[in-house]
Design a protein around this ligand. Structure first.
Ligand code: MG
Length: 215
C-alpha cells in the first residue's frame, strides 16, 4: 500500500541492496538519518551521466549514500572529491564507497568545506558536477565557490532548499533559513546560472553554469 506520491515513485524504482546497506551502516553508526531519498539519488546518477561528468564534487559526505549515486554516473576514469567536516563520517562514507566498488574513485577532504574549496581552487581543480548538501548557513558561500570551480556547462545540485517548509513561512527568519532563501534566489536569478527547483522531499535546486558544452 502506498500513501504518498513519494512512496509510489519509490515502489516503482524497486530495491537497491547496495544503498540499503549504506542506510543500515548509517543507522548502526548512529549517524543522522538524512540521506537523500532513493529517487533523488537516481536523479543524481542520471544528471552526472547526462553531462558526461568526469570530475564531481560533493559538499557533505555523511555516510556516502549520495557519493555512491554520483560515482555510479561518472565517466570512465572519473573521480569524486567529497568534502566532509567530520572525520568519522568520512571514514564511514569511504568504507561504504569501497564496499560499493568505488573506493578508488573517491577522495575525501576532511575539515571546514570553505577551506577545502579554497584549497581546491588554488590547486586549479575544476568540476563538471556539484552536490551541495551540508550546513545550510553556508549555502550562498558554497554556491559562489561551486560557480568558481565549475567548468562551463557544469551542473550544481542543492539539497534541502525548502528547509522542511520553513522557507515559505514569512514568520520564520533564522540565519540558516535566510541563507537558503538567498541561495534559492541566486539559483533563479544569477546571470551566470540557469536554474530550477523540484519541490519533492525537502526540495532540490538544479542549476547549469552557463557556457559551452562540458567535454
Ligand atoms: Mg540533505
Amino acid at each position: 500500500m502506498v500513501n504518498t506520491p513519494e512512496e509510489y515513485i519509490e515502489s516503482l524504482l524497486g530495491r537497491d541492496p547496495v544503498l540499503e546497506r549504506v542506510l543500515e551502516g548509517i543507522r548502526r553508526h548512529g549517524m543522522p538519518e538524512i540521506s537523500i531519498a532513493p529517487p533523488l539519488g537516481k536523479l543524481l546518477t542520471l544528471l552526472v551521466k547526462a553531462v558526461h561528468a568526469r570530475d564531481a564534487l560533493e559538499i557533505g559526505a555523511l555516510g556516502g549514500y549520495s557519493g555512491i549515486c554520483i560515482a555510479r554516473g561518472l565517466a570512465d576514469g572519473g573521480k569524486l572529491v567529497s568534502l566532509e567536516l567530520d572525520h568519522e563520517f568520512a571514514a564511514v562514507a569511504k568504507q561504504h564507497l569501497t564496499e560499493a566498488g568505488f573506493g578508488d574513485k573517491v577522495e575525501y577532504r576532511i575539515g571546514e568545506a570553505l577551506a577545502s574549496l579554497k584549497k581546491l581552487d588554488e590547486e586549479g581543480a575544476r568540476f563538471d558536477f556539484f552536490l551541495i548538501d551540508a550546513d545550510k548557513f553556508n549555502y550562498p558561500n558554497y554556491l559562489e565557490w561551486t560557480i568558481r570551480l565549475a567548468r562551463p556547462g557544469a551542473l550544481i545540485v542543492g539539497d534541502n532548499i525548502l528547509s522542511r517548509g520553513r522557507v515559505i513561512d514569512p514568520e520564520i527568519s533564522t540565519i540558516s533559513v535566510d541563507a537558503i532563501r538567498q541561495f534559492n534566489e541566486r539559483i533563479a536569478q544569477d546571470p551566470r546560472l540557469e536554474g530550477t527547483f523540484l519541490p519533492a522531499y525537502d526540495g532540490v535546486a538544479i542549476a547549469r553554469v552557463k557556457g559551452g558544452q562540458t567535454r
